[in-house]
Design a protein around this ligand. Structure first.
Ligand code: UDP
Ligand code: LCN
Length: 802
């Protein structure tokens, strides 16, 4: 059977091959290991390990190629080896006799702990968190390449659960019987309460429907169907009703997952959706580029439009006349800094049934007026969840059918709400903060006063486990690449010494993981060669790029206005590495001769910033411009909030035959990358994170290594040199990017996938109700006994009294 409970145990290939490999070069290996343990307890990342073990060859070199890190605790050296995405082996080698032992992930973590917190490592009663232990019934995937295709496998598991004896399909019948919306019964009534009754009646109705022209409206024959036991929801005309019914007949006859997938995509189960994005300034204008306010806002506004369109289409095809409702819940910020974030309700432009609803942060002292950094937000969330739930029930007049969280705070609130209301939950992590900072788990104590990672990682683990499905933008987000673990994967086993040790946090082979990549709004971001451009913006953009004036909006200037422009735009977070790019440019004479640099982001007076990282980055920009004497070759433009004008800006950069550069140290997805590609702008983007998957190197753009500036700036310079010699080269890469977008990154594909997930996982949940309840109990305990205490360590932001 296809159902496999728990992840399959992988053969320990590395551990088996290792003793033989060590024997081959026994003497040199002994020397090597002897050297490794000489310096006492320490941890080594792959790069360091390679440097210290230069002369390794053969099988051992092969093993090291998959090693992520090594822990030295003399006389032992332990290795964490990752032969494939999501698959780990832990091996300990003795430097004394080169004997090899396999370790569990927990044993390996304990070794790491010895280096950071010996007392904790040796505490026999240290808290171990094991979410895997309560996964006793859910099947898992086994092959790494299937990771992220959860929906398709869940459908297969589901099909196999229902198959066999006819009675096995009774849960599906019961589910169809339970469907209703606002008091209107849908799909089946009690006349058809068993599988066999349903099956026979479907055959009868099929004969009846075949006598009607396919376009006969549902109203003309609905009374006949009702007598048989069928309610609304099967289709808007005889043709569609017949197709849906055939699909169900097929399922009951032969249990075909393809039919099952189709049937669930047609079922009327989702009408009302809640999307949560508490932090930052969430608005439709004047907010982008403000701290903590970037791609997440863009993503959600586009997502809502795409989902509303798809819902309207589906509801019509189901033969229903309900109106969908989508509500984005965010924080109301009274001190809105000229944005609309102090407005309670705002309709989403370009939609008919979607709105933004803002709920303030409250404490016993009243409403908080000022913005709060996403790192300091935890004390407000529980109350926010309660207030928001009340607001939603009031406004919607019904329970939502699906709650989608975003980022740590939104996902936590979504989990609280979904568990309270008993509805299906999805989570999106635009970025999981843990992977952005090296060893952020082990070093949590050092970082906690600044970042409150103890709260953040705990909240993330809670939400990952509570959620019914996860929407990821790329495979790498879940399980990384051949070389690097994924964001979720890094939550599988980790440790916060002194707090708890995660033995099993999340399993990337869980069928809840799904990839649905976002797109860019193609009415804003379209190719430079389009006939109709946003010409009205062009004079302003000309001034922005090329005037020699320095003011509040731009500093620096471009002396040679004929050169192509390399362009970048981002929030001024350290990880965005904009200052890194400026430095590469400063150092690379060849590149400076070939192109000008234009940077959009931040502003110029660091004392005006409320965000720690932004302040530091602004200072650094000024220093670099001075140090490398960049004036004349750089234009630094303050953060730009007008999306349409920014769309035209990308195209104007394309007109100069320039390129977009996204140099982030790590980028979860990278919306600017697909905006640039949609504009036909050749794009160089970081190989750390999502962009590595969006771009096929050398075909639809280029990968650059943010940790190797010299190599990266050389790659950019070479591109422009090639373009000089061969004018068609620029166009070739530009077209490659456009083609890639059309094939993989559009909102239409996204909305369809996500709604199918909502429908299928809702039923899957009901089938696995016991499992879900057990897990919720564990989560509740974790939340109350641990998380809530951690929140108490975060200072509660207050308004300035001045
Ligand atoms: N953006 C903008 N003005 C700025 C900086 C960024 O409009 O000054 C927009 C950018 O066009 C993109 C989003 O903000 O739509 C940034 O998304 P991305 O995924 O690149 O990064 P994030 O900020 O979410 O980390
Ligand atoms: C947040 C990020 O940091 C980006 O990597 C994403 O592109 C964006 O959200 C949208 O998902």
């Amino acid at each position: 059977s296809i159902v496999n409970n728990g992840a399959a145990k992988r053969p320990e290939l590395i551990a088996h091959g290792m003793p033989e490999a060590l024997k081959l070069n026994h003497n040199s290996m002994k020397r090597c290991f002897g050297k490794l343990v000489e310096k006492g307890n320490r941890s080594l990342k792959l790069k360091q390990l390679m440097e210290e073990m230069e002369h390794v060859e053969g099988v051992l070199a092969h093993i090291f190629a998959f090693t992520q890190e090594a822990i030295v605790t003399p006389p032992y050296v332990a290795f964490a080896v990752r032969p494939e995405p999501g698959c780990w082996e832990f091996i300990r080698v003795s430097a004394l006799d080169l004997s090899v032992k396999s370790l569990t992930s927990t044993e390996f973590i304990k070794l790491k702990e010895i280096i950071y917190d010996k007392e904790w490592a040796n505490d026999e009663h240290a808290l171990e968190v094991d979410f895997g232990a309560i996964e006793f019934t859910t099947p898992h995937l086994t092959i790494p390449s299937s990771i992220g295709e959860g929906l398709s496998y869940t459908t297969k598991f589901l099909t196999s659960n229902l198959s066999g004896k006819l009675e096995n399909a009774q849960p599906l019948v019961d589910y169809l019987l339970s469907l209703e919306y606002q008091g209107v019964k849908l799909m089946l009534n009690e006349t058809l309460n068993t599988v066999s009754k349903l099956q026979t009646t479907l055959i009868l109705v099929d004969i009846f429907l075949s006598t009607l022209p396919p376009d006969t409206p549902y109203e003309n024959f609905h009374l006949r169907l009702k007598e048989w036991g069928f309610e609304k929801g099967w289709g808007d005309c005889a043709g569609r009703v017949k197709e849906t019914m055939r699909c169900l007949s097929d399922i009951l006859q032969a249990y075909d997952p393809t039919q099952m997938e189709k049937f669930f995509s047609w079922l009327p189960t989702i009408f009302n959706i809640i999307i949560l994005s508490p932090h930052g300034y969430f608005g439709q204008a004047d907010v982008l580029g403000l701290p903590d306010t970037g791609g997440q806002v863009v993503y959600i506004l586009d997502q809502v439009k795409a989902m509303e369109d798809e819902l309207l289409l589906r509801i019509k095809q189901q033969g229903l006349n309900f109106k969908p409702q989508i509500i984005i819940i965010t924080r109301l910020i009274p001190d809105a800094k000229g944005t609309k974030c102090n407005q309670e309700i705002e309709p989403v432009l370009g939609t008919n049934y979607s709105k933004i609803v803002r709920v303030p942060f409250r404490t016993e002292k009243g409403i908080l007026h000022r913005w709060v950094s996403r790192f300091d937000i935890y004390p407000f969330l529980e109350r926010f969840a309660q207030d928001a739930t009340a607001k939603i029930l009031d406004l919607m007049g019904a329970k939502p059918d699906l709650i989608i969280g975003n980022y740590t705070d939104g996902n936590l609130v979504a989990s609280l709400m979904a568990s309270k209301l008993g509805i299906t939950q999805a989570t999106i992590a635009h970025a999981l903060e843990k992977t952005k900072y090296e060893d952020s788990d082990l070093k949590w104590k050092e970082l906690d006063s600044k970042y409150h990672f103890s709260c953040q990682f705990t909240a993330d683990i809670l939400a990952m486990n509570a959620t019914d499905f996860v929407i990821a933008s790329t495979f790498q987000e879940i399980a990384g690449s051949k070389k690097k673990p994924g964001q979720y994967e890094s939550h599988e086993a980790f440790t916060l010494p002194g707090l708890y040790r995660v033995v099993s946090g999340i399993n990337v082979f869980d069928p809840k993981f799904n990839i649905a990549a976002p797109g860019a709004d193609q009415s804003v971001y379209f190719p430079y060669m389009a006939k109709e451009r946003f010409t009205s913006f062009q004079p302003a953009i000309e001034e922005l790029l090329f005037s020699n004036v320095e003011n509040d909006v731009h500093i620096g200037y471009l002396a040679d206005k004929k050169k192509p422009i390399i362009f970048t735009m981002a929030r001024f977070d350290v990880v965005k590495n904009i200052t890194g790019l400026v430095e590469w440019f400063g150092k690379n004479e060849k590149l400076r001769n070939l192109v000008n640099l234009v940077v959009v982001g931040g502003f110029f007076d660091p004392s005006k910033s409320k965000d720690r990282e932004e302040m530091a980055e602004i200072r650094k920009m000024h220093e670099l411009i001075d140090k490398y004497q960049l004036k004349g070759q750089i234009r630094w433009i303050a953060a730009q909030t007008d999306r349409r004008r920014n769309g035209e800006l990308y195209r104007c950069i394309a007109d100069t035959k320039g390129a977009f550069v996204q140099p982030a140290l790590y980028e979860a997805f990278g919306l600017t990358v697909i905006e640039a590609m949609n504009s036909g702008l050749p794009t160089f983007a970081t190989n750390q994170g999502g962009p590595a998957e969006i771009i096929v190197d050398g075909i639809s753009g280029f990968h650059i290594d943010p940790n190797n500036g010299a190599e990266s700036s050389k790659k950019i310079a070479n591109f422009f040199e090639n373009c000089k010699n061969d004018h068609a080269y620029w166009t070739k890469i530009s077209n490659g990017g456009l083609k890639r977008i059309d094939e993989c990154y559009t909102w239409k594909i996204y909305a369809n996938k996500v709604l199918n997930m909502g429908s299928t996982y809702t039923f899957w949940n009901q089938l696995n109700n016991h499992q879900k309840q057990a897990k919720q109990r564990y989560i509740q305990m974790f939340y109350n006994l641990l998380y809530k205490n951690l929140v108490k360590t975060v200072p509660v932001a207050v308004d300035d009294t001045a």
